[in-house]
Design a protein around this ligand. Structure first.
Ligand SMILES: NC(=O)c1ccc[n+]([C@@H]2O[C@H](COP(=O)([O-])OP(=O)(O)OC[C@H]3O[C@@H](n4cnc5c(N)ncnc54)[C@H](OP(=O)(O)O)[C@@H]3O)[C@@H](O)[C@H]2O)c1
Length: 279
């Protein structure tokens, strides 16, 4: 991994920060793509303190805003010569209903569409740096999900957990479809379930539920342990592209998440919503 370059979204805390730290310890130059630059610079300082000779920088990326995603991509093209790893890690879970700057439901917009758009913009650099990898953080919660094509932005009715499950299913469908499209370009794509990890992801749950989950061990992994499957997909040679991984091994996702027709339909809808042509 020495000398390679990685971008980790949402790397100022939780699984993303541990992923960035581990990659830095392997000699990877890591870009921490974060919405809050104060938190991001603190994470950079922490990693530099803990990893001798770490090469880490923070850059502003707010996945709620396609303008910010464009600005981030432009900075990357101006500052980085190559990109071997794109880790689409950032996420929000079960938040109250709100929309992104572009009018998308927040969880669908940040967890899925924002990363779809970021990947679209960075694909040339990933192609140019091949062999390269893209890793999309999903969740076992996708088993509860379905893509609601009639109301993908939950404008008619909103259920916070269903919207999270939809976004995490979209991450897997995107992984499958993208893997198929880039297989001849030397780019591999993986979807990861990190397990139940004790991070800030539960911030929107009620306090009693948060205390319950943490006290009774439902969020059992540390953030470091939560980063293992992402790292497994980042460093293990000869992995099956397009697959879903958990506990550092290939895993079975839901039937709905392995449906190629739905993956294709979601791809077309995503291009339409973002106004991009991605053949
Ligand atoms: N923890 C679990 O049990 C679990 C289980 C399954 C899947 N996952 C997935 O794992 C990934 C990492 O989650 P985590 O547990 O490490 O959660 P976390 O501690 O809450 O970290 C989430 C990260 O995403 C960032 N983020 C949120 N909205 C953003 C935006 N609009 N633009 C840019 N960055 C944004 C956050 O930034 P701020 O600090 O500024 O908010 C934070 O850095 C997520 O995709 C999550 O869905 C987690």
């Amino acid at each position: 991994m020495d000398g390679k370059t990685a971008i980790v979204t949402g790397a100022n805390t939780g699984i993303g920060k541990e992923t960035a730290k581990d990659l830095a310890s392997r000699g990877v130059h890591v870009v921490l793509a974060c919405r809050d630059m104060e938190k991001a610079e603190r994470a950079v300082a922490d990693i530099m303190r803990e990893v001798d000779g770490a090469s880490v920088v923070a850059k502003k990326l707010d996945l709620t805003d396609t303008k910010s995603i464009c600005e981030f991509a432009e900075i990357i093209y101006n500052t980085e010569k190559s990109l071997h790893l794109l880790i689409n890690n950032a996420g929000v879970a079960a938040c109250p209903y709100s929309t992104t700057a572009d009018g998308f439901e927040m969880q669908f917009g940040v967890n899925y569409l924002g990363h779809f758009f970021l990947t679209f913009l960075l694909l040339d650099l990933l192609k140019h740096s091949a062999p390269s990898r893209i890793i999309n953080l999903s969740s076992m919660v996708h088993f509860m999900g379905k893509i609601n094509f009639e109301d993908v932005n939950s404008e008619k009715s909103y259920h916070a957990v269903k919207a999270y499950a939809q976004s995490k299913m979209a991450n897997i469908l995107f992984t499958r479809e993208l893997a198929r499209r880039v297989e001849d370009l030397g780019i591999s794509v993986f979807a990861v379930d990190p397990g139940k990890v004790n991070t800030e992801i539960s911030r929107h749950l009620s306090w009693p539920l948060q205390v319950f989950l943490k006290t009774f061990g439902f969020m059992i992994k540390t953030p470091e342990e939560g980063s293992y499957t992402t790292l497994f997909c980042a460093v293990t040679p000869d992995l099956q592209s397009g697959g879903y991984y958990r506990n550092c091994a290939p895993a079975t996702c839901s039937r709905a998440a392995s449906d190629d027709h739905t993956a294709c339909k979601l791809w077309a809808l995503s291009c339409h919503l973002l106004g991009v042509h991605w053949q």
